[in-house]
Design a protein around this ligand. Structure first.
Ligand SMILES: O=P(O)(O)OC[C@H]1O[C@H](O)[C@H](O)[C@@H](O)[C@@H]1O
Length: 434
């Protein structure tokens, strides 16, 4: 992964960061890097995630999925960090997989869940249940619904289920009770940093992806971590995003220029929001897709409030397709090009249009979208986020605000005494009814 922060410099953009300020920030990056290395060496909570490329055992994951390796479809039941990493990988690599259909049940909208289950060939479908805590209501509820759907269809779900969870908890109890194949979420790895463990790789393994290549790409990115942002793409990104936020770019629009990376933007949004949104600090991630959202959001990014950083992710190589020639003179220029050339031109034009309007933007380049590069991207952005967390001085690896709502939900459903649930009845209303 390469990062170009030229269009975030003060000489181009407003807000922007001057070279001198960047040099100064680099001293903080050196300190933060030392802290990160120490955390990694000691296996501290959160920092341990950056050790995953060396710690994850692909053979173990493949052995666990072996009983369902010939399935036609895989339904992953998980939410947040227990779904988005896996979804990012299989969506990015879909064209390179073995054709296994993948469905991610990461919502409890009943109509949507039912529609998915009814469309799946259950006798040829495997179930991938993922929950670090083993207590997340949405995941456990969906698993119960999926189980029942299998039972009603006369399919033995215990033969088709793989569970990834912590060492203990309700989901671990189910594993033990039904003797299900299972994998463990590594200690010290928060869900949103777990894509490079079994949490993200079970689905990839079932789809026939090259787990070693994903981990090698991540390991190569890990090698770039160093005490200077000028030598480390991940830190260059994390430090620049932080510096831009400090200067007023409170929103970070993540814009991959590849359909296959659309889910990656969702994964990034969780990573950035849950890790940095604390103590009244943080940068709001928004998701967009090139070229599609040039025609819906670009107007705001180029001419709206100067409160945004636009982050492009650009694969340099991709399969291409000719644009057929046409008999209409005004369109003849298209016939001389390919769809890839059009995509590239749109990217270059959009990037330049933002720079010309002094809007800060950063370019993240991948060689292509393959297993190696996706490993590199996920690891690089995790490291960027950990660095940003150090610079902000927040508790990067916790998410107390999300836990608050989880407790309130459980309280409302009678799952225990949680005072957070009282806030629901105490709500202030000012209704305008039809
Ligand atoms: O893996 P689980 O324990 O089921 O948690 C799933 C998700 O739950 C919450 O929403 C947390 O904020 C996320 O960080 C986590 O990824």
């Amino acid at each position: 992964m390469n990062v170009d922060i030229g269009n975030a410099l003060g000489s181009v953009a407003s807000p922007g960061i001057s070279r001198a300020a960047l040099e100064h920030l680099d001293e903080q990056v050196a300190d933060a890097h030392e802290r990160i290395e120490r955390g990694m060496a000691n296996g501290e909570h959160g920092y341990e995630a950056l050790n995953l490329p060396e710690r994850t055992d692909p053979d173990k994951i493949r052995a666990a999925v072996e009983p369902v390796a010939d399935c036609d479809a895989l339904v992953t039941v998980g939410i947040g960090g227990s779904a988005l990493g896996a979804a990012t990988i299989v969506d990015a690599l879909e064209e390179r997989g073995d054709g296994t259909e993948t469905v991610f049940l990461d919502n409890v909208d009943p109509e949507w869940v039912t529609a998915h289950l009814e469309a799946l060939p259950l006798e040829a479908t495997a179930i991938n249940v993922v929950s670090r805590s083993g207590t997340t209501a949405e995941t456990l509820a969906n698993f119960l619904v999926v189980r029942e759907a299998f039972e009603s269809a006369g399919v033995d779900w215990t033969e088709r289920t793989i569970v990834t969870t912590g060492e203990s908890g309700p989901l671990r109890d189910l594993v033990d009770r039904h003797d299900l194949p299972s994998l463990t979420v590594p200690d010290g790895v928060p869900g949103r940093y777990a894509a490079l463990s079994a949490v993200g790789l079970v689905a990839a393994a079932v789809c026939g992806h090259d787990l070693e290549a994903i981990l090698e790409g991540a390991a190569a990115e890990r090698e770039t971590l160093s005490g200077s942002l000028f030598d480390c793409p991940a830190y260059a990104y994390g430090a620049t995003a932080y510096a831009l936020d400090q200067r007023g770019a409170g929103t970070n629009a993540m814009v991959p220029y590849a359909e296959s990376l659309e889910t990656y933007a969702e994964w990034f949004a969780q990573l950035w929001a849950e890790s940095l949104g604390k103590d009244d600090l943080g940068q709001t991630p928004v998701r967009a897709l090139g070229v599609t959202d040039q025609h819906s959001q670009l107007q705001l990014y180029r001419a709206g409030p100067r409160d945004k950083l636009v982050t492009f992710v650009r694969p340099l190589e991709a399969p291409d397709r000719e644009i057929p020639a046409t008999e209409v003179d005004d369109l003849s220029y298209l016939g001389d090009a390919t769809l890839g050339e059009l995509l590239d031109a749109e990217f270059e034009a959009t990037e330049a249009s933002l720079a010309a309007a002094s809007r800060p933007n950063v370019r993240i380049e991948l060689e292509c979208v393959d297993a190696d590069e996706i490993g590199s991207l996920l690891y690089g952005m995790e490291a960027a986020c950990v660095l940003a967390g150090e610079l902000y001085g927040v508790d990067t690896f916790e998410q107390p605000a999300v836990e608050w709502a989880k407790k309130a939900t459980r309280g409302l459903l009678g799952g225990g005494e949680f005072e957070e649930a009282n806030a629901v009845t105490e709500k202030t209303t000012l209704r305008v009814d039809h």
